[in-house]
Design a binder for this molecule. Structure first.
Ligand SMILES: C[S@@+](CC[C@H](N)C(=O)[O-])C[C@H]1O[C@@H](n2cnc3c(N)ncnc32)[C@H](O)[C@@H]1O
Length: 420
């Protein structure tokens, strides 16, 4: 077996076996309240479907998770790439100068050992990395996980246009290394869904039948009462036998309708909706959508430029330098099927940054109906970017982003904010 050797490797591995950590405390609500201008709720406890943000060094956090016997189906991480950039490691025990490959490996090695321990036997690890440390990381992960558990490497286009400042080769691609805890037990990874999300429910060649537009069905048309009678949408007509009353985005009372329906009442009642311009349509069920085999080509996915745009919409200015786009993380989350349908998929990102992973998980669950519970870990690294914002550390930025962005997108998930 090929082994990666650097001075201090043994010492670094020993950090993974250090004693377990006791229970974290609830994040000081007073501090959070003022830091986040009241747009923040601190909850303690860990109800089953509560997502958690842990403000801590991830080495401590991983040891705490091990002590709770927590296991994950998906671990995604986006560690600092050792580019000599502003992001540093928050690990006081490092003895070396920053930015050497050996110092970087000292940090990553114990965390990879713990990440493997925390995976379910069917679980998968995804690691974002660029050319600076990709070769070292690949060798190290093959050593920690076993060569046979390297499922592949996704190539992702991080920016659309090459930079003219790059001296020799302009770097537009980076990688996501994919490792299974046990490739024999890991389910087949799935590619993106078909684009089709909705379908018409009326079809000119079907016989006209009576259906009920049930109370509670989503309705995106203007609120109000639509009188009984004939309605035309695109080239198809339907006839309301009862008035259709719409309030707060839903149908208020059952209304009978006659139309050339192509689906049964049962399917219509669960997937149907009234469109903005008073048409009748339905959502595609998860089981009807075609999934391709996962591919290692991510060159058409959203880019870093998209990620900065996403953050700008929340903060109005550049508060954080290296976010990943929600779309990239959704593609990754969508790859791992739910093996055990009696519980949510357990997901972890222990280099959380701005918290894009949690937002991606909420969006992906809305799209595929698979329930996910997410843990994020972010250290209290000081913010570097100047501007008018009042955030003093990245954990605060993360807390603010997940709170505000999830509401903005129409989610109301439960969060616990904890610190070690
Ligand atoms: C490249 S960023 C991750 C960006 C994230 N994927 C996003 O979309 O916003 C890496 C993050 O890891 C954090 N970090 C670095 N060392 C850490 C440590 N030892 N424990 C916890 N967080 C750490 C940094 O503060 C930074 O926010």
């Amino acid at each position: 077996m090929l082994e990666l050797v650097w001075p201090g490797k043994q010492l670094s591995a020993a950090k993974a076996v250090h004693g377990d950590i006791s229970q974290p405390a609830s994040w000081n609500p007073a501090l959070a309240e003022s830091a986040l201008r009241g747009d923040f709720s601190a909850e303690s406890g860990s109800a089953k479907k509560t997502h958690r943000l842990l403000a801590a060094d991830n080495l401590d956090a991983l040891r705490w998770m091990r002590s709770c016997e927590q296991k994950y189906d998906i671990i995604y991480i986006d560690p600092p790439y050792n580019t000599g950039s502003v992001l540093t490691y928050n690990d006081k025990s490092s003895q070396r100068g920053s930015f050497s490959s050996a110092a970087w490996l000292d940090q990553i090695y114990p965390r990879m050992i713990l990440a493997r321990e925390l995976l379910h036997e069917t679980g998968v690890l995804f690691v974002s990395i660029d050319d600076n440390e990709a070769c070292h990381l690949m060798t190290l992960l093959r050593e920690v996980f076993g060569h046979e558990n390297h499922l592949g490497t996704i190539k992702w286009r991080r920016k659309r246009k090459p930079s003219f400042l790059d001296k020799h080769l302009s770097a537009t691609l980076e990688y996501v290394l994919v490792f299974a805890k046990n490739s024999k037990l890991c389910p087949r990874l799935l590619g993106s869904m078909t684009e089709e999300m909705t379908r018409p429910v009326l079809n000119a060649s079907n016989k006209a039948v009576e259906r009920v537009i049930p109370a509670g069905l989503p309705a995106y048309c203007a609120p109000g009462e639509y009188a009984a009678g004939e309605y035309k949408n695109r080239s198809l007509t339907f006839t309301l036998l009862d008035p259709l009353i719409v309030a707060d985005g839903a149908v208020l009372k059952d209304a009978r309708v006659i139309g050339q329906f192509r689906i049964a009442q049962e399917l219509w009642a669960v997937t149907g909706y009234v469109t903005k311009n008073l048409g009748l349509r339905r959502r595609i069920m998860e089981s009807e959508r075609k999934r391709r085999h996962a591919e290692d080509d991510g060159t058409h996915w959203p880019t870093n430029e998209d990620a900065q745009e996403e953050l700008k919409q929340i903060f109005g200015e550049r508060v954080f330098d290296f976010p990943k786009p929600v779309g990239l993380l959704r593609e990754i989350l969508a790859m791992v099927p739910q093996v055990d349908t009696t519980r949510p998929l357990e997901c972890l990102d222990f280099y959380a940054g701005s918290g894009s992973f949690l937002i991606a998980s909420l969006e992906q669950t809305r799209a595929d109906g698979i329930e996910r519970r997410v843990d994020l870990v972010q250290s209290r690294e000081k913010t570097r970017s100047s501007g008018t914002h009042q955030f003093t550390d990245i954990a605060e930025i993360c807390a603010h982003r997940v709170t505000v962005d999830s509401r903005r997108r129409g989610f109301s998930p439960n969060f616990s904010f904890l610190q070690l």
